[in-house]
Write a protein that binds this ligand. Structure first.
Ligand code: GDP
Ligand code: IMO
Ligand code: MG
Length: 422
């Protein structure tokens, strides 16, 4: 069985927690897009792990974890992550794999990301990790792939070509001195040597596993509305975050995907710039940010917070083919008098019930809300659907009705045990 798990909003929905839980039941866990712009949190007891590149299933002994061809890899960050696993006594040596075809984030990608962002009038608010420039090189057919780091001759030619063009751009457009060939060449060949035992043909590995009836969990990063095609362009990331991206980013055929699970928060958050129709007003936004501890796992930036938006969530169900829903952070809504769910937008007197493609409409749309009664703070964590406060149950059933997908998991805290299975 091959299962895809995607974020349904603007990222940080709690994918890491759900991947960790589902990992118990599968054999392989595979990241298929994005890079270390992602920060996926897994809490085990008192220990918190934040994974940027390594699949969030790595804590489960015996499970094979792959970084698929659709991911962009910053070798320095990957080394740090692997080191920190070693320090925590987690053995991964024989069960961690990197696709030969994954593209490499180079130092000039990171600088270009940051310099571009500085120069832009309408800032995207990127993570500054070089994601956009690395994917741009991939599409421009001048990218460097993991396998290239194992072949000094090929790598030398590709790097020389890249630096020739990029150093001119750095100097002329950004008044930046550019990069020296030797330093990068030596450093990245070293990375190649360090990663050599993990680099392999992961699509062959995963297809063979599927033939042998193994179970694979495909871990999406970011969220549906950060997708390069379907997101709130240009305020998006540079990869296909939707379920379709899982096939491109792993080499597993669409006919071999059996299930798609969508993860969304019981409210909405977003980091970085871009339209966000249900965003809270400042004071309530600050209150909810503290209540939900909504600060970025990667950059530490404060996340913008807002009410649940059923228009975007329903669009997400459609785009991803979501069959099951995991609703996260329900506990953060405890203690509110009333809750709001956005069921339509109003723009120039017109009622809109579908996600608008027109950027201006989305930016200026006024949400139309359905109000629901809140519930008091809970003395103890509910352990089953039955134990939830009646108003919390009603809220979840309303979401299920609006999204036309079945809720199979409700999360009421960051640890594994704070999870209700339905
Ligand atoms: P991801 O990028 O989708 O994996 O999500 P992040 O890890 O960036 O952000 C989710 C945050 O919410 C993390 O700090 C999690 O530990 C935390 N979290 C996950 N589920 C719950 C929950 O049900 N309740 C609360 N209070 N926190 C949660
Ligand atoms: P996870 O996987 C939330 C946002 C950035 C910025 C935009 C583009 O943890 O959910 P980029 O660096 O990708 O070019 O930035 O995308 N962004 C995320 N927001 N969660 C993420 O990942 C994100 N990855 C990128 O804040 O607005
Ligand atoms: Mg995150």
């Amino acid at each position: 069985m091959n299962i895809v798990l995607v974020g349904m909003q603007w990222g940080d929905e709690g994918k890491g927690k759900v991947i960790d839980i589902l990992s118990k039941k599968v054999d392989y866990i595979v990241r298929y897009q994005g890079g270390n712009n992602a920060g996926h949190t897994v809490v085990v007891g008192k220990q918190e792990y934040i994974f940027h590149l390594i699949p969030s299933g790595i804590l489960h002994p015996g499970k094979i974890c792959c970084i698929g061809n659709g991911v962009v890899i910053d070798p320095q960050v990957l080394l740090q992550e692997l080191d920190s696993l070693r320090k925590n006594g987690i053995d991964f040596s024989r069960r961690f794999k990197i696709s030969s075809l994954a593209h490499v984030i180079m130092p000039y990608h990171k600088n270009l990301d940051q310099l571009r962002e500085k120069k832009r009038k309408n800032k995207i608010g990127t993570t500054g990790r070089g994601i956009g420039p690395c994917y741009a090189d991939k599409i421009n057919r001048c990218g460097i792939r993991m396998i290239d780091l194992l072949n000094p001759g090929v790598f030398r030619d590709k790097l020389k070509d890249n630096l020739k063009e990029k150093n001119e751009i750095f100097k002329k457009v950004y008044q930046h001195p550019g990069f020296s060939f030797q330093k990068i060449y030596r450093q990245y060949l070293d990375y190649g040597r360090l990663f050599a035992s993990y680099i392999c043909n992961t699509s062959a590995l995963l297809n063979k596993a599927t033939e042998n009836k193994a179970d694979i969990l495909l871990e999406g990063a970011q969220g549906t509305f950060l997708d390069i095609d379907f997101g709130t362009y240009p305020f998006v990331t540079s990869s296909s975050t939707t379920s379709g991206g899982s096939c491109i980013g792993t080499g597993i055929s669409p006919v071999k995907i059996n299930k798609v699970i969508g993860v969304c928060k019981a409210y909405t958050t977003r980091v970085g710039e871009g339209p966000f129709p249900t965003e809270f007003a400042k004071d309530f936004g600050n209150f909810m940010r503290d209540k939900g501890n909504e600060f970025g796992s990667t950059t530490g930036r404060p996340r913008r917070c807002g009410w649940f938006d059923a228009i975007i969530a329903r669009e997400s169900v459609m785009l991803n083919g979501i069959q099951e829903l995991a609703i996260m952070k329900m506990d953060v809504l405890d203690g509110l008098d009333k809750l709001k769910i956005c069921i339509a937008y109003k723009y120039r007197g017109k009622l809109i019930k579908e996600f608008p493609c027109d950027f201006e409409v989305l930016s200026k749309a006024v949400p139309v809300y359905k109000e629901m009664p809140g519930w008091p703070n809970q003395n103890s964590k509910p352990r089953s659907f039955k134990e939830l406060h009646p108003n919390a149950k009603a809220y979840l059933l309303e979401l299920q009705k609006l999204l036309k997908a079945k809720i199979t998991m409700v999360s009421v805290g960051s640890s594994r045990k704070d999870t209700i299975f339905i």
